[in-house]
Design a protein around this ligand. Structure first.
Ligand code: DON
Length: 325
């Protein structure tokens, strides 16, 4: 880092100047009081709607954070691209996509639908993510117990986050499992259509899905995850090669087309960046070969995306040239 600084070779040469604008967007979006905090479980319903934080981590490790960036929140659906990335890494694209498609569903994230081939549409919606959990549980190191698989994936997430904060919220996990009628319906519907690999234990696979959603991050640690994806799978802090560039390309492609639920098309049109949102208000935003960003604000719009997070991304691309087209 220091030698690059002396050579003026940073990807964002005048980082303090850049962060002045991030700060400006932060204050502007803070006044946005639209949206509603998720209420399907008490642990999320109690979330303070005023929480608001943005963290930035460039691919050469320059960092900037403002607001509530060290408060843990559950990763929820932002775990979906990570699990998909690990599945690609360990099984390869061909095997993973024998089981799950690449098309946007055009429906809500938890809609009870499969595609023409009776596969879940993509790994970024609930059905596809449950299926990816089944692949991770049943096909990746099948000898591992559920406990071992939990440790394995948690450790993997932690490496993607460069060793920064990663926790587990047991109360959220227990509540998710209690309030999961739709997810169970999806799970059984996919079993009816023989979507899973042989020997899948559906109960274990569902638990594993809820556990992945219940892992905790902070805006700071999730910005490092985003930056690892921006950097082709090499963590900018540890320089560890956590994911292969091919796996990262697939993850980003589907984040771009499917990461923002049924708003993905509009988001791709207006912002043009691969992103993934979660029901706790977190957003993982990737500017390939430049930086990773995490925004966190619990109030959600009717489609399930963080209101301030979406506004922040729009502000960002209005001023900077990050939209690829
Ligand atoms: O499966 C669920 O319902 C949640 N635990 C995770 C989904 C999620 O984050 C949806 N996001 N907007």
């Amino acid at each position: 880092l220091i030698s690059r600084a002396f050579r003026h070779q940073f990807i964002i040469p005048d980082f303090p100047d850049f962060t002045k604008y991030i700060e400006e967007f932060y204050w502007k979006c803070k006044t946005n009081t639209e949206g509603k905090v998720a209420s399907y479980i008490p642990q999320l319903a109690r979330m303070n709607p005023d929480y608001w934080g943005i963290s930035v981590c460039t691919i050469d490790g320059q960092r900037f954070s403002i607001g509530d960036v060290n408060v843990p929140f559950t990763i929820q659906s932002c775990s979906k691209p990570l699990n998909y990335g690990i599945a690609l890494e360990k099984l390869g694209q061909d095997i993973v996509h024998q089981y799950v498609g690449q098309e946007p569903s055009g429906c809500n994230f938890n809609e009870l639908v499969l595609d023409h081939n009776k596969k879940p549409h993509n790994p970024m919606i609930n059905a596809g993510a449950i299926l990816v959990c089944a692949l991770l549980k049943t096909l990746v190191k099948p000898e591992m117990s559920l406990a071992e698989k939990f440790d394995y994936v948690m450790n993997y997430f932690k490496r993607i986050a460069g060793g920064e904060y990663l926790g587990f919220n047991n109360a959220v996990f227990l509540s998710e499992r209690e309030a999961a009628d739709r997810n169970y319906a999806l799970g059984f519907y996919m079993r009816e259509h023989k979507c899973y690999p042989e020997k899948t234990n559906l109960k274990e696979c569902m638990d594993f899905y809820f556990q992945c959603c219940s892992m905790e991050v902070t805006a700071e640690s999730m910005s490092v995850m985003a930056s690892t994806l921006a950097n082709g799978g090499i963590c900018p802090l540890t320089e560890e090669k956590v994911l292969k560039p091919d796996s990262v390309r697939d993850v980003l492609s589907l984040m771009h087309s499917c990461g923002m639920y049924d708003y993905s098309g509009q988001f791709a049109f207006k912002v043009g960046l691969p992103a993934k949102s979660g029901v706790c208000g977190g957003m993982l935003v990737v500017i390939p070969n430049v930086m990773g960003i995490c925004s966190w604000s619990p109030p959600l719009d009717p489609l399930g995306n963080s209101c301030r997070g979406v506004q922040f991304c729009q502000e960002l691309v209005q001023l900077f040239n990050f939209h690829p087209y």
